[in-house]
Design a protein around this ligand. Structure first.
Ligand code: C2E
Ligand code: SIN
Ligand code: SIN
Ligand code: FE
Ligand code: FE
Length: 594
């Protein structure tokens, strides 16, 4: 369309010039050849002039007519597509806008006014009011997309932003538009498009992302606990242990500086032992009496101390001046207590103001608990203190610490599963149903209590690898293509990679990793066969397919009971271990399902 306008603009004068030029050259040559009489020549010259005017007039008329016809046709087509768009959007209850790109005039329909909580009769929109209602965080991106689209750098105009409604809340709007009219030079004149209210799905997406980030952060924190846990049971030297603790604390609690003061029993003071993140080394002179200065107060009260207003704090002028010099805004002191014995204080320093949430505080406390143990243990190995009595004491504490760790791990599993459920749009019912079945079936099959615990964790995490599969595949309403299927079949590997670094979950990996292997060797990811597949994974395969077929999926409706059982019987010895199918059918019989 753009190309055509340019062509016509040039073609008419070009043709005219060409025609005129040829006329001048050839008509005079012809006359010179045949006419020799001067009077004749003058007369003929003036006829020739008339003939030229008539011919070029005709030429211009023909060209203009062709051009105008085309113009009219384009206008008609535009009008039709515009009409179609209007009909489509009003049927879909969408807002519609019509922007004059040159003047910034913006016309919107009633649906848009209502969407934003306004009375359509008194609602008048223009680009200024539209931008005024826009969330400040979205203005830049909207402008950029708009500009790039108008400049032809973007193929489509599609943008999400928040608009303030009449009642003051934010609504997420998706706007899609298209240039429907250009001027003769091809510059955009009109942008026509839609506004859709996507608040609900946007909010769900935000929650999903947040949950996923939470889960990832927790996993990292868990890994850091593991490292300290490992320190406790290892024999590495005291200073390495302290170094690892401050590094972990700094990283996972987002601190700007960290220090550890240790209690010296002989001198009855807390002395500097290790630190990281400070610009000066003044902290190394720290010597604090019980109850004196920040660390001494935290130790005496045996609880965390948080000080934010360092400017107006007069507990310890020297220390406050150190903190000011370092640009510290927040101080945290947590007593390090190992089985009722105070071993020191773990201090965090922040250069920005923070408002810690419960999860952060819990993690700080857990880390401090672990650190106290690691310190005690490393001291024992370093021979700073001795006696068998204390060694066995440390062992009891180790067990206690592990229980604490396991609680933290299980909380992490919970949040991971929650994040996945939200993404997959599977209900929590699904996880719960499958877990219950697995618990009861594994009891019937004489697994030990420890195995059952691991089966339970593995079951909860069985599809955690789907977190690595794009939404477009995971929630596709139709059948998967070969390519998509290939990606989907990576989910057991993703799960393995995600979880393999967590020692504690090692014995629970079989189910997430191998639940899509088949008895006859046609499964994935490895094509394991028969008893190469761990029993727990063979059992889980049946429960998973049973529950999958009994539930609605984005790509199909639930099957009825009879069809499901027929399928499981039919797959006996193919997909499923025949003996395990018998146990499963007996279990279903007991439940009265068959
Ligand atoms: P899922 O929906 O939890 O299904 C788990 C397993 O149950 C499937 O593993 C398959 O063995 C069995 N199953 C589920 N639905 C059917 C069915 O309609 N017919 C039969 N014969 N078996 C069924 P599979 O096939 O390896 O798929 C793994 C995951 O891949 C599925 O988990 C689902 O999330 C996804 N998926 C599989 N096929 C499709 C599809 O055609 N479209 C979409 N959008 N996703 C699919
Ligand atoms: C030409 O014919 O040579 C040009 C214009 C005219 O005849 O008047
Ligand atoms: C704009 O004026 O920047 C874009 C117009 C619209 O999307 O309504
Ligand atoms: Fe799976
Ligand atoms: Fe599943």
């Amino acid at each position: 369309m753009k190309k055509f306008h340019l062509d016509v603009g040039i073609r008419i004068p070009m043709l005219y010039l060409l025609f005129g030029g040829l006329w001048i050259i050839f008509s005079d040559q012809l006359l010179d050849a045949f006419v020799h009489n001067t009077t004749d020549m003058t007369r003929i010259q003036s006829y020739k002039g008339w003939a030229f005017v008539a011919a070029s007039g005709l030429l211009i008329f023909l060209l203009l007519r062709q051009y105008l016809n085309l113009q009219a046709k384009i206008k008609n087509q535009l009008h039709e597509s515009e009409e179609r768009l209007r009909l489509a959007v009003s049927a879909a209850n969408q807002g519609i806008f019509d922007l004059d790109v040159r003047t910034g005039n913006l016309v919107v329909n009633d649906i848009y006014a209502v969407m934003l909580g306004y009375d359509p009769i008194s609602f008048h929109e223009n680009v200024e009011s539209w931008l005024e209602r826009m969330h400040p965080d979205d203005i830049e991106i909207v402008n950029e997309i708009f500009k790039n689209y108008i400049d032809g750098k973007l193929a489509e105009y599609k943008v999400e932003f928040r608009q303030k409604t009449n009642s003051g809340e934010w609504k997420w709007i998706l706007s899609i538009g298209q240039i429907v009219e250009r001027d003769i030079a091809g510059r955009p004149v009109r942008l026509l498009g839609t506004f859709s209210d996507i608040t609900e799905s946007k909010e769900a997406e935000i929650i999903r992302n947040r949950l996923f980030e939470d889960a990832q952060r927790r996993l990292k924190r868990i890994a850091s606990l593991r490292e300290i846990d490992h320190e406790i049971s290892s024999t590495s030297d005291f200073l390495t242990t302290l170094e690892k603790i401050v590094q972990n604390v700094m990283q996972h609690l987002d601190a700007d500086a960290v220090s550890i003061l240790l209690y010296d029993n002989a001198e009855k003071v807390f002395k500097y032992a290790e630190s990281t993140g400070f610009d000066t080394n003044r902290i190394q002179n720290a010597r604090v009496k019980m109850g004196g200065s920040f660390a001494g107060i935290a130790a005496q009260q045996r609880t965390m101390l948080h000080i934010r207003d360092l400017e107006n704090n007069h507990i310890d002028e020297a220390f406050s001046s150190l903190l000011r010099e370092e640009g510290i805004k927040n101080y945290f002191g947590m007593p390090l207590i190992s089985k009722d014995t105070l071993v020191g204080v773990l201090e965090l320093f922040m250069r920005n103001d923070i408002n810690p949430d419960k999860e952060w505080l819990d993690f700080y406390e857990t880390l401090a608990g672990q650190a106290a143990l690691a310190i005690e243990n490393a001291r024992l190995f370093d021979g700073l203190e001795s006696a068998n009595k204390e060694l066995s004491l440390a062992n009891t504490e180790l067990v206690a610490a592990n229980i604490h760790l396991i609680e933290a791990y299980d909380a992490t599993i919970e949040s991971l599963v929650q994040a996945l459920n939200l993404r997959d749009y599977e209900t929590e019912d699904h996880s719960r149903r499958v877990s219950t079945m697995m618990l009861e079936l594994s009891r019937m099959m004489d697994f030990t209590q420890e195995e059952i615990t691991n089966i339970h964790r593995g079951t909860l995490l069985h599809d955690i690898g789907k977190m690595g599969v794009p939404d477009a595949i995971l929630r596709k309403p139709g059948l998967l293509t070969m390519e998509e299927r290939k990606i989907m079949e990576q989910h057991p590997i993703y799960a393995f990679n995600l979880l393999k670094s967590i020692d504690y979950l090692q014995p629970a990996l079989d189910i997430p990793h191998l639940h899509h292997e088949k008895w006859d060797g046609t499964g994935y990811p490895y094509g394991l066969k028969g008893e190469q597949i761990p029993l727990s994974a063979r059992l889980f395969a049946i429960v998973d397919v049973y529950d999958a077929l009994s539930s609605d999926r984005p790509y199909r409706k639930a099957w009825d009971k009879e069809a499901v059982f027929n399928f499981i019987k039919e797959q006996k010895g193919k997909h499923f271990d025949p003996k395990v199918v018998d146990v499963f059918l007996e279990y279903m019989h007991r439940l009265g399902e068959i």
